[in-house]
Ligand binder design. Structure first.
Ligand SMILES: Nc1nc2c(c(=O)[nH]1)N[C@H]1C(S)=C(S)[C@@H](COP(=O)(O)OP(=O)(O)OC[C@H]3O[C@@H](n4cnc5c(N)ncnc54)[C@H](O)[C@@H]3O)O[C@H]1N2
Ligand code: MOO
Length: 399
């Protein structure tokens, strides 16, 4: 058995960044930028009014002063002349400030009569002019790698890029194995259950930008498993679920090895998830997850998601841990790192964390209630309520 850290180093070594492609900006949310975006213009490209009002050539006008209105500057069509002392230009938000303009007086502070304005006695203090390039200037960059958020897309659009260069989405093939499994909606036989794990794993993969494809369930026969693994040949990552342990029907390692699997490791000192394997099968990375629902999903968080991020060019790094205050005493931990399904609650400084009583790796109901995995390192001693511990955040629990 190897440690979680060693296993992570192996799986991340299997996850090389995928080739890049150029895609339309409107389809780029959640994709990982592979090349920096460079601003081709200044924003704003001219000094622009921040308010509706009147531009004047005076930065510090006398309260009550009068000006003659000589023209208008609107967004998209500015005023081409020059402002001189004693003159004003009617101006609107986003419009270019005319040459000579020093300040915009908001229209609420002005009384207009025909083509003359009179300033109020009390004026607000702002100049209300956004200098050219206040947001960004030619050559400014949005650097890569970066997972593109909605706001990033607006910035890239403002920089005048219609496309972006991103890493290709990883193709993930998900294979459930076991004679006992049928798909949801089918009628299970008396000894059968419903395949569930791959639904979570597909959604998790897609949540970090991958394309998930669920392959047919593979029965516990070498030929059946081999056939389904063949269907996965074009995947960047093959994720099998089940058949990873030592039972007579646990065939995944054997069949994959017969097909040429270059196995990086088998068995990790962790709970849940001990019978985990990984390696390279043809052009694909392969992750063989244990079948117990919680084991496979926990391993998905710890190993699959970092692999998929690294394949998209993000830094190859383990999932980030956070810290919380324990609400109860815990006994000593054993020889495997324990990822305890837990619930977070607000604390005064750090959040508080409470592990569930029942930690069986078959209990999906508990995992759906959990929003954190409390991390008990190998050989960790007993812990007292109030101590600070590390955890891995999961998605917020429902409700
Ligand atoms: N003698 C030993 N037995 C077991 C060991 C061991 O070290 N020695 N390890 C145990 C641990 S820990 C785990 S985890 C499981 C993992 O075994 P497998 O990966 O071979 O998984 P299966 O036996 O195929 O299935 C285990 C369990 O999960 C259910 N399952 C499988 N796939 C799915 C799916 N897609 N959706 C829902 N449920 C699934 C399956 O029916 C079994 O109940 O081995 C222990 N045994
Ligand atoms: O490792 Mo198993 O995943 O403990 O149930």
């Amino acid at each position: 058995m190897i440690s979680v850290e060693e296993a992570l180093a192996h799986v991340l070594a299997l996850a090389k960044p995928l080739p890049t492609e150029e895609i339309p900006l409107a389809q780029a949310a959640g994709r990982v930028l592979a090349a920096p975006v460079v601003a081709g213009r200044d924003q704003p490209p001219f000094a622009a009014s921040a308010m509706d009002g009147y531009a004047i050539a005076d930065a510090d006008p006398q309260p009550g002063a009068r000006y003659r209105v000589i023209g208008e500057s609107g967004a998209g069509h500015g005023f081409s002349g020059t402002l001189n002392p004693g003159q004003a230009v009617r101006i609107f938000t986003g419009a270019p400030v005319p040459s000579g303009g020093k300040r915009v007086i908001i229209q609420e502070d002005v009384t207009r009569t025909s083509d003359e304005i009179r300033l109020d006695v009390r004026l607000d203090t702002g100049l209300h002019i956004r200098p050219a390039g206040a947001d960004f200037t030619v050559g400014d960059q949005l650097s890569a790698p970066r997972c593109l958020r909605p706001t990033d897309l607006a910035l890239i659009a403002a920089m005048n890029s219609a496309t972006v260069t991103v890493h290709r989405r990883p193709r993930v093939a998900l294979i459930a194995t076991g004679d006992e499994l049928v798909m949801p909606g089918e009628t299970p036989g008396p000894d059968q259950i419903i395949a569930s794990n791959t639904f979570a794993l597909k959604a998790m993969a897609e949540s970090v930008g991958a394309e998930g494809r669920m392959l047919p369930i593979a029965a516990d026969q070498e030929a059946a498993l081999q056939e389904v693994l063949h269907l996965a040949q074009d995947a960047d990552l093959i994720v099998t679920v089940g058949g990873a342990s030592v039972g007579d029907h646990d065939l995944v390692g054997k069949v994959a090895e017969n097909m040429g699997l270059d196995r990086a490791f088998y068995k990790v000192a962790m709970r849940p998830g001990k019978p985990l394997m990984a390696g390279r099968l043809g052009g694909s990375a392969m992750l063989g997850l244990p079948g117990n629902p919680v084991s496979s999903i926990v391993c998905g968080h710890i190993f699959m998601l970092p692999m998929l991020r690294a394949m998209q060019g993000l830094p190859a790094q383990p999932p980030a841990h956070a810290r919380a205050e324990l609400t109860c005493d815990l006994g000593p931990n054993g020889a495997r790192a324990h990822y305890m399904r837990s619930r977070l609650s607000p604390g005064t400084g750090l959040p508080r964390i409470t592990p569930f009583e029942r930690q069986d790796s078959a209990l999906l109901t508990i995992l759906t209630e959990a929003d954190a995995l409390l991390l008990r390192p190998v050989g960790d001693g007993p812990r007292k309520a109030g101590e600070v511990v590390e955890y891995l955040p999961l998605q917020p629990a429902a409700g």
